[in-house]
Design a protein around this ligand. Structure first.
Ligand SMILES: Nc1ncnc2c1ncn2[C@@H]1O[C@H](COP(=O)(O)OP(=O)(O)OP(=O)(O)O)[C@@H](O)[C@H]1O
Ligand SMILES: [Mg+2]
Length: 432
């Protein structure tokens, strides 16, 4: 069975509607988001004529299954959410299943991918939304999307595009945004044959220094509250003003927060603010291009940011506290109830109407990877399949994974869990 499903109409109706693709930079944004969601470690973006002639994004992420390739260009096709309630805890950048279909309708698109479980790649060419046959091609694990002649069939929208130079600038700004939001990922941007940057995996501080060509470290502050954590890097008296805000790895636009930072740090500031707030306290489904989000506790978010500037020098909280925000009742997601272990390999647990099957090795591996930053070491030190676990051990594994923001896949891109709605089991048993 494939990984991509069509969202049912009742879920599609709930998704913020509107134009997804208005410019080449919008295409770049969507494709880069897809690469990041596919856990790519390296993303290559190339464009010609400000993206009007070509936009190509290549990644080394998990890839797309052969059988899913024809599906992903359909409206509402996604592997990221399945039902309405998933919209309240979106863990990925994408969730609407709209981007590729919107792009495919207004361009000549070629989609080439090799899934990590397959030994060959496949390619699909789509012209104005109509897909040709699937072809076998050589391709490393990962995905390449090439978008040619954007809006070839929409002359009006074509007319509204800016000159190549301006579109190039918008594209560069878009890639810079994601490169800052995900410094651990390598990014390359080539426009009209010229390499703008080639960024190696780095810490956020290193990435800021490299991207903005600075040779002295930024100021840094960090804060923690019941709602989550915030970290800011900034240079005051910078030559222009740039305020980047990232929420759970997603660049967001938020006038209130921008104004707050401008007032605090002065107009001529370069600042990168990273916020981590549990996904169920954020509504990402308020803007068709996902540029804005709604905080369910906006006051608490402002308070958290206020904490950044409370003392002259904000002390760094110990690492342990950073990972698990203070537990206040209304902030708690439903708890996992451990049901048991199967074949000393799977942890079975229940939460909010779903039965989850976790791979115990991957669960441990992803947590260790976050601490060690080294895939091989993380893998070696993790709990293996075939090890009996106590209830307490299983609870701890799941708690640590939750504290990490519940990543859906391990560093290699394998899914960490599989979940079945209890409702589905009821149906199978004739009880509905
Ligand atoms: N680079 C990629 N690597 C792996 N899978 C991909 C990639 N790009 C797209 N996909 C698959 O295609 C599906 C459709 O992508 P698309 O961008 O249209 O929707 P989405 O990301 O699910 O939601 P959104 O419309 O909000 O971006 C994804 O859910 C994912 O399964
Ligand atoms: Mg997407």
């Amino acid at each position: 069975m494939g990984e991509v499903k069509l969202l049912p109409p009742e879920v599609r109706k709930l998704i913020a509607a509107g134009e997804v693709i208005e410019s080449p930079a919008n295409v770049v944004k969507e494709l880069v988001e897809n690469s990041l969601d596919a856990q790519a470690q390296s993303i290559y973006v190339e464009t010609l004529q400000g993206g009007k002639r070509l936009i190509e994004v290549r990644d080394n992420g998990r890839g797309i299954l052969k059988e899913d390739l024809p599906k992903v260009i359909l409206e509402g096709a996604t592997s990221k959410i399945e039902r309405a309630e998933d919209l309240f805890a979106v863990q990925t950048l994408g969730f609407r299943g709209e981007a590729l279909s919107s792009i495919a309708k207004v361009s000549r698109l070629s989609l080439t991918s090799r899934h990590f479980s397959q030994d060959r790649g496949y390619q699909l060419i789509v012209q104005g939304g109509k897909a040709g046959p699937l072809r076998e091609v050589a391709h490393p694990v990962g995905t390449t999307v090439a978008v040619e002649e954007l809006f070839f069939n929409l002359p009006v929208r074509l007319k509204f595009l800016k000159g190549a130079k301006t579109e190039r600038k918008y594209i560069a700004e878009t890639v810079i945004n994601y490169a800052l939001a995900h410094p651990q990922v390598a990014f390359t941007l080539v426009q009209d044959g010229k390499t703008f940057f080639e960024l190696k995996p780095a810490s956020l501080e290193e990435r800021i220094l490299e991207l903005f060509n600075l040779d002295y470290p930024p100021q840094r502050r960090e804060a923690q509250s019941e709602i989550g954590r915030a970290e800011i890097f900034y240079y005051t008296n910078y030559r222009s003003n740039k305020f980047f805000i990232f929420l759970n790895g997603r660049p967001i636009f938020n006038r209130e927060l921008q104004t707050y930072l401008k007032n605090k740090l002065g107009y001529k500031t370069l600042a990168v603010l990273r916020l981590e707030i549990p996904p169920y306290l954020v509504d990402v489904n308020v803007h068709p291009r996902k540029e804005e989000v709604r905080f369910l506790k906006p006051k608490k978010v402002l308070e958290l940011i206020g904490c950044l500037f409370e003392r002259e020098k904000a002390p760094l909280p110990p690492a342990e506290i950073l990972k698990s925000p203070t537990e206040v009742d209304y902030l708690k997601p439903p708890r996992f109830e451990i049901l048991g272990q199967v074949e000393e390999t799977l942890i079975v647990a229940y939460r909010g109407g779903f039965v989850y099957f976790f791979d115990q090795h991957l669960l441990d591996e992803v947590v260790r990877f976050s601490l060690l930053g080294d895939e091989t070491k993380a893998c070696k030190r993790s709990i293996k399949a075939g090890q009996k676990l106590s209830k307490g051990e299983m609870e701890k594994l799941i708690r640590d994974w939750e504290a990490l923001g519940q990543p859906p896949t391990c560093p290699h891109g394998r899914p960490i869990f599989y979940k079945i709605p209890v409702e589905e089991i009821f149906k199978k048993l004739g009880r509905s």
